[in-house]
Design a protein. Structure first.
Length: 198
């Protein structure tokens, strides 16, 4: 069976790449590798989410499916007096995210290997961010939404990026069944950003 970026232990041969990306006006240096999502550069959907997301400076933030870290590390700059927890099932992605946090001098992050929310205990958050693993299937994506609804504090929000052709309408329906308010914050080239507020 071939590796997916949502495999817990990718066996694909390493192919490390180093590159820079400017996110929210700040330049980051990233290391990526084979066996992780969007290894060539920050994917367009993540960029749209990063540019749209908002959070208080002291927020407790969770990045679900962090990959090598662009969303969570950009969030750490916005929540500069807060804390960002970044989780991914993929061991290689988690190691890269840790390396990228260090090389960009970002200290207000905790990065964990976790199958969905398993390793988080009973922590709650002000903001949850996700570019969900569409290819892992609708059940997994819905589990991301359900877990976020359980772990958000009242008044907190889940920010999701999803492509129209990859199920944005059904994702919105699911979000509306879980959250009091769901807004489409922006859209760009078929990508939708939803903000679901608890």
């Amino acid at each position: 069976m071939p590796d997916h970026y949502y495999s817990s232990k990718p066996e694909t041969a390493h192919d490390r790449k180093v590159w820079e990306a400017t996110l929210r006006g700040k330049t980051f240096k990233f290391v990526s590798d084979a066996g992780v999502f969007s290894k060539q550069g920050v994917d367009f959907g993540s960029r749209v989410l990063i540019e749209a997301m908002e959070m208080p400076e002291n927020a407790h933030v969770l990045d679900v499916g962090c990959g090598y870290g662009p969303i969570g590390l950009a969030a750490a700059g916005l929540a500069s007096r807060g804390q960002v927890t970044m989780i991914d099932v993929n061991e290689r992605a988690v190691e890269l995210a840790k390396e990228n946090a260090v090389s960009n001098g970002i200290t207000n992050v905790t990065i964990l290997q976790s199958d969905l929310y398993q390793e988080l205990g009973n922590q709650t958050f002000d903001v949850v961010l996700t570019n969900p693993p569409i290819r892992a299937g609708k059940q997994t994506v819905h589990a991301v939404f359900e877990g976020a609804a359980e772990r958000l504090r009242v008044g907190g929000s889940l920010w999701v990026v999803i492509q129209k052709k990859q199920g944005a309408p059904s994702a919105r329906e699911k979000l509306e069944s879980l959250f009091a308010q769901v807004d489409e914050v922006t859209k760009d080239k078929g990508y939708r950003i939803f903000k679901a507020t608890k």
